[in-house]
Design a protein around this ligand. Structure first.
Ligand SMILES: [Fe+2]
Ligand SMILES: [Fe+2]
Length: 271
């Protein structure tokens, strides 16, 4: 199975780049399953229902969120009715929406997509490790589902690597989100799980993690409340990860970065 994961979509710049490129990327790379983190799509904060609909229409099979899940309140009734939109599974019991979904691909194969959120330098939540273990106890890679993709939304690379190693061999891919900076540690772990500490964002990199740089830097110079951060509006780099799995085992055979457009060095898997 060929999987494309795209990191946090930030603002109009990120949204328009992903909407324009996703159909072509799916075709060019022969993608079977595309997952997009869109927690910053709405002006940097949250995701509006119409934006989720356009990402699905452009080819996202599932959309993940993170700490910005509820910044656009209109998403609360939407997520309750849209199983392909995920918030982290370790939110408290009773939170609207779900943290995982089994997606059925065009050819009938099934894939589990899940979202979990870290706790180091993040909001206090239920344990993402135990929550994910419970979720995975309901599925068997290569048996009940052909692939399992987990978006681990977190700040600290130590927590992300610990999470990756904890589920190595049980899932196809653990990919980090939230820092908005792509890490260069994409690899296949010892047990066969593809891993990258952070996918990076789909947004303008002439910025501070996607937000206009002057306003963001001012928050460090002046320890005073400033103006609300605005997303940077220059050309976006689409950042993500391409993974090819073995259908019999569900484990990874290939993992390669994707960086397209904007300011970052370009990377595109050859298929
Ligand atoms: Fe984000
Ligand atoms: Fe985040």
């Amino acid at each position: 199975m060929r999987i494309l994961f795209l990191g946090d979509v930030v603002g109009r710049s990120g949204r328009e780049a992903v909407l324009a490129a996703l159909p072509d990327l799916r075709q060019r790379l022969g993608i079977d399953l595309a997952v997009v983190n869109a927690e910053n799509a709405s002006h940097g904060f949250g995701l509006a229902p119409d934006m989720a609909q356009s990402l699905f229409a452009a080819g996202a099979d599932a959309i993940t969120l993170g700490n910005h899940s509820w910044d656009r309140r209109e998403i609360i009734p939407y997520i309750a009715a849209e199983p392909r939109l995920l918030r982290p599974l370790n939110f408290p019991p009773g939170t609207p929406g779900a943290g995982s979904v089994v997606v059925t691909l065009a050819d009938g194969r099934r894939a589990l997509v899940a979202s979990a959120m870290g706790r180091l330098f993040m909001d206090a939540l239920d344990c993402p490790f135990r929550g994910t273990a419970v979720e995975l106890s309901r599925h068997r890679l290569g048996v009940t589902v052909a692939a399992i993709v987990i978006d681990f939304h977190g700040e600290a690379s130590s927590e992300k690597m610990s999470f990756g190693h904890s589920f190595d061999g049980q899932v196809s891919l653990v990919v980090g989100t939230h820092t908005h900076i792509p890490s260069a540690d994409h690899q296949i772990l010892a047990g066969g799980t593809a891993y990258q500490s952070d996918a990076g964002m789909c947004g303008d990199y002439d910025s501070v993690i996607g937000m206009a740089k002057q306003g963001a830097a001012a928050k460090f110079w002046q320890k005073m409340p400033g103006e609300r951060l605005q997303p940077a509006e220059g050309p976006a780099t689409i950042c993500g990860l391409f993974v090819e799995t073995d259908d019999a085992s569900g484990l990874a055979r290939r993992v390669e970065p994707v960086r397209l457009g904007g300011r970052l060095s370009q990377a595109m898997p050859s298929v």
